[in-house]
Design a protein around this ligand. Structure first.
Ligand code: MSP
Length: 514
């Protein structure tokens, strides 16, 4: 990501024609983990999410419900807002495209593009799909429908156009000069090939419906919903006032996290618009993959959408957060299955981390008078384990700079596994009789590794990490600068009674069939 201290992370803003599902929860969760990680790493962070509320689809959906568009948006936007505490997102801001600050920013950006002769009035004719909010050329239609299967209608309307066609070379230069600006690599290559095939000017206004931001000076037009939507990233840092602290600190954005379906808007149209307005483009756009449900594509019509609130109810919040970020190499598509979820809960959480903490802390409670044991000299083995626990942060930083959440978590689990092997090899339960001072040292080393693990899992499982830290007599949150011997557990500190933090999943008994 960026070399500067401050980090600005964004999610897409979600359409209000749908209730939140696993796809929305996933994008925001990924950003939440990054935001929490960087804050604990001592960097100023702005984490933005929100809702995308204009467009013909919303106008129609509101009419069907007999509601004014804004009343309809208020209701659905609230469902996305409510998802934030339910998923324990730490967003600093929630933007709605119907807010005055956003309307103001959009109109100012438009004006600036007009002044720079980047927007002109023309006419648009084409096959329009309301569902995709996109025009299709005749040869793109499949059996008279959009490639997505959505119905299309012939639309002829006067329209303003953005001179996107002028920006191909500048974009190609930008991708070349900034190898990290679009990721993952395969998607970056797709974007580059698309731009190399040549870009056309983009229709950026509509006259066929009213629910949008009026074009300055020509209110018969409203802005094309994607121009409106993309500008949210600027509105939230106070644009057009470039002198604000927020703008100075956070623009350009460090990372726009998006799903693979909306990469072109973010990696082509958005940077081109910014360059045309003489504003710096984002530092990075990352496109993640899509979830399927037990091997099947998720769709409203199949009725197999996954409700994040139900998942939390069934498996618990932190296990869901862990699973989503650990299960699939970030960037690839992934499959949600009950069996895999249970495997992660039982293997990674209950067995690996849960048992390590539970075994170590119970032995300390029973054999060390319920206080942090006083260690003797460390052996080379002790030292190596401690060093690896302190060193994971560096590895996590590298992986998270690439949005490799699964690898970052794997690195923590490597240390957890090493600690579990260490318990078996050192057998502190035998040392209790043969060498009590050595037992105290081994249990101290284990408690210290559990401390590091708890500190490192804070961004992905904040509640469970807090519980673990409290059992070690520590407050939460713990900043990452505590990951060193200098901040190690203090011998003789009293500890509360240990409690399991990661229960095993036990399949509910199914009634016997006769
Ligand atoms: N409103 C636009 C974004 C504008 S950003 C300036 C939009 N909204 S959306 O609600 O349709 O989708 C938001 C995000 O959800 C996208 O990043 C999309 O990839 C993601 N997902 C929707 N379904 C998904 C899955 N099944 N799996 C993973 N993510 C998916 O697009």
């Amino acid at each position: 990501m960026s070399e500067r201290a401050a980090i600005y992370l964004t999610t897409p803003i979600y359409y209000v024609n749908d209730v939140p599902h696993i796809g929305h929860a996933y994008t925001t969760l990924a950003v939440d983990m990054l935001a929490r990680f960087h804050r604990l790493d001592g960097r100023p962070v702005k984490f933005l999410t929100g809702t995308d509320e204009h467009g013909q689809k919303v106008e129609k959906a509101a009419a069907q419900r007999g509601l004014a568009p804004l009343a309809f948006c208020d209701e659905v936007s609230q469902a996305f807002r409510d998802l934030c505490p339910a998923m324990n997102y730490s967003n600093d801001d929630f933007i709605r495209t119907t807010e005055a600050r956003h309307v103001h920013a959009c109109q100012a950006l438009w004006q600036r593009l007009v002044e720079k002769d980047q927007i002109y009035l023309g006419a648009y004719k084409g096959w329009y799909s309301v569902r995709d909010e996109t025009y299709f050329a005749e040869d793109e239609l499949v059996d008279g429908k959009a490639p997505t299967g959505a119905p299309v209608e012939w639309v002829e309307e006067p329209s303003y156009f953005f001179r996107l066609s002028q920006w191909g070379d500048r974009l190609l230069q930008w991708y070349e000069d900034n190898p990290e600006c679009v990721a993952p690599r395969s998607r970056r290559n797709e974007v580059i090939s698309f731009v190399k095939r040549g870009l056309q000017d983009l229709s950026v206004s509509r006259t066929t419906f009213r629910w949008g931001i009026p074009v300055p000076g020509d209110p018969a037009h409203v802005m094309y919903v994607w121009v409106d939507a993309l500008t949210n990233y600027l509105s939230a840092v106070g644009y057009p006032d470039e002198s604000t602290d927020a703008y100075q600190l956070f623009w350009p954005a460090s990372l726009h996290m998006v799903g693979k379906d909306i990469l072109r808007f973010h990696a082509i149209i958005w940077p081109a618009m910014l360059m045309a307005a003489d504003l710096p483009p984002p530092q990075r756009v990352f496109a993640h993959g899509w979830w399927t449900n037990e091997g099947k594509k998720i769709s409203k019509s199949l009725g197999n959408t996954i409700d994040p609130l139900k998942l939390i109810d069934t498996y618990g919040l932190d296990p869901v957060r862990y699973f989503l970020l650990r299960e699939v190499p970030f960037g690839d598509d992934g499959d949600f299955s009950h069996a895999q979820m249970v495997r992660r809960i039982n293997a990674d959480l209950a067995n690996d981390l849960g048992n390590l903490a539970q075994r170590s802390l119970s032995m300390i409670a029973k054999n060390c008078g319920g206080v942090v044991p006083t260690p003797g000299p460390f052996t080379a083995t002790d030292q190596a384990l401690l060093e690896s626990a302190y060193g994971v942060l560096g590895t996590m930083r590298e992986h998270l700079a690439q949005q490799s959440f699964h690898r970052a978590l794997e690195a923590v689990w490597d240390v957890i596994s090493a600690a579990n092997r260490y318990v078996d090899e050192q057998a502190p339960w035998s040392l209790r009789k043969t060498d009590p001072p050595r037992m105290a040292t081994v249990l101290y080393v284990l408690a210290e590794v559990v401390r590091c693990a708890a500190v490192l899992v804070q961004p992905v499982m904040p509640d469970s990490a807090t519980k673990l830290l409290r059992q070690l007599g520590l407050d939460a949150p713990q900043q990452f600068d505590c990951l060193s011997a200098a901040a190690a557990l203090v011998p003789a500190t009293p500890l509360p009674a240990p409690q399991g933090v990661f229960p095993r999943w036990v399949e509910p008994a199914t009634p016997a069939t006769s």
